[in-house]
Design a protein around this ligand. Structure first.
Ligand code: PLP
Length: 439
């Protein structure tokens, strides 16, 4: 460094300036999740003491309460979200030789199960503002074998169902909501999880609604519900067994004939310690996510008009980001002289915000799994082995999805609305945007 440069010292922490934010001792409390109290601990301990770890009584109570809260007719708990989505796909008729459509930017368990059913995945583009499936990139992908569109409410943001549903209806294709990021998000007055024909959500320990490991399927359609029960649940199909009484009537004779053996040859039952925690979490969830929404909306209000930054949130009446899972911000490098997101985030981190990291889920369409995996030992890729159309797409096919890692970054996932702390976090982002020319 020349002496001239030393005199014009940057204020940025990355250039040895004073950081915008000094973490306090209680900093972790701002972000800690899930919030677990004695109420959760006692509920879980009570199940352990009762010995009913593997029954279904508490789980059915959890299901009824979750369904009532969300506004769905049926809820069926599962051992994880991956299992719930698999059952939902099967319930919608996805089978050998079929296709589903799924956004390329999501966790792989939105789509991978299609291969287990002998189907393949046609990946669609992302809308760069909502980070959900682009409604304009769906219809041309529908073919005679398309059975379902998996719609992900990404990072808490509801997808645009008012545009997606008419396309699905027109072609007789089911809409499966992957609601793993958006428990409690509202879309124009309706809750996410009620917007497709069926929804499945992960409830694993890092999600916004977190109970350890678990998942939940919700639907208003009795046939889809029964099919999910029949696919992954012993002893819930109206057939008594050695272990459980008949507890639920399945009406479809074709399903009854198998006498309660799960047609997926898999077991999706949720353990009751998680169900007990879920019941407690549910009682507090609306208040807790309201607080998260207040905090993150405050953060974005403080950054209004700052060049290079845009909130990732829904701008519609009666719509919310739920628990704001995987909180993201949109980055517009053109407004900061083309500064790379990596450099921007590095500078914000130096100001004291470690969660400001570039990126989001990697696009799935070029994953080797969806191209080459031979799950059934056919000696050729499962994506084609059941006579599917070849809808595989290589790198370069979905440029918006592929470019998003340069335009999306992590922001603090505040769990508590503490104005003086949130102001400091916002100040760190504002400072780096202001001095971006020095980077
Ligand atoms: C977490 C997640 C899943 C899978 O859920 P598990 O409970 O981990 O099996 C599916 N889809 C999305 C979008 C997820 O984030």
């Amino acid at each position: 460094m020349t002496s001239h440069q030393t005199i014009r010292k940057s204020r940025l922490a990355i250039h040895n300036g004073t950081p915008a934010l000094i973490a306090t001792e209680n900093e972790r409390q701002l972000f800690h999740w899930p919030i677990v109290t004695d109420e959760d601990v006692q509920a879980v301990a009570a199940v352990m003491r009762s010995g009913q770890m593997s029954g279904t009584e508490l789980t059915k109570q959890f299901e009824a309460e979750y369904a009532a809260w969300q506004g769905s007719r049926y809820a069926l708990a599962t051992c994880n979200g991956t299992a719930g989505l698999l059952a939902a796909m099967w319930a919608c008729g996805v089978g050998a030789g079929d296709e589903i459509i799924c956004p390329s930017i999501t966790y792989w368990a939105s789509a991978a199960q299609a291969l287990t059913l002998g189907a393949t995945v046609n990946f669609a583009e992302i809308d760069p503002i909502t980070l959900c499936i682009d409604p304009d990139d769906i219809e041309h992908r529908i073919g005679p074998k398309t059975k379902a569109i998996v719609v992900v409410n990404y990072a808490g943001h509801p997808a645009d169902y008012d545009r997606i549903q008419p396309i699905a209806r027109k072609h007789g294709v089911k809409v499966i909501e992957d609601n793993s990021h958006a428990h409690g998000s509202m879309y124009k007055g309706r809750m996410c999880g009620t917007l497709g024909d069926i929804a499945a959500a992960s409830l694993m320990g890092a999600k916004s609604f977190a109970i350890g490991e678990g998942g939940i399927i919700t639907t208003d359609d009795p046939t889809l519900y029964e099919r999910c029960v029949a696919f992954g649940h012993y002893e819930r199909t109206g057939v008594a067994s050695n272990y459980n009484p008949v507890d639920q009537q399945v009406h479809d004779e074709a399903l009854l004939k198998f006498k309660g053996l799960p047609l997926g040859a898999t077991k999706h039952r949720l353990n009751q310690m998680c169900s007990a925690m879920g019941r407690v979490q549910l009682r507090h969830y609306p208040a807790r996510i309201a607080e998260i929404q207040k905090a993150i909306n405050r953060f974005w209000s403080l950054l209004e008009g700052v060049p290079g930054l845009r909130p990732h949130r829904i701008d519609e009446p009666d719509s919310t980001m739920g628990g704001w899972y995987h909180a993201r911000g949109l980055y517009v490098p053109e407004e900061l002289g083309g500064l790379s997101i990596d450099r921007f985030c590095e500078a914000v981190q130096a100001e004291g915000v470690p969660m400001c990291r570039p990126g989001l889920n990697a696009p799935l369409h070029a994953y080797a799994f969806f191209h080459d995996a031979d799950i059934f030992n056919h000696g050729r890729p499962t994506a084609l082995a059941f006579g599917q159309r070849d809808v595989r797409q290589s790198a370069g096919a979905l440029p918006i999805s592929e470019g998003l890692a340069q335009r999306v970054m992590g922001i603090p996932w505040f769990k508590h609305d503490v104005p003086e702390r949130i102001e400091q976090y916002a100040a760190a982002f504002r400072k780096v945007a202001e001095y971006a020319h020095e980077l």
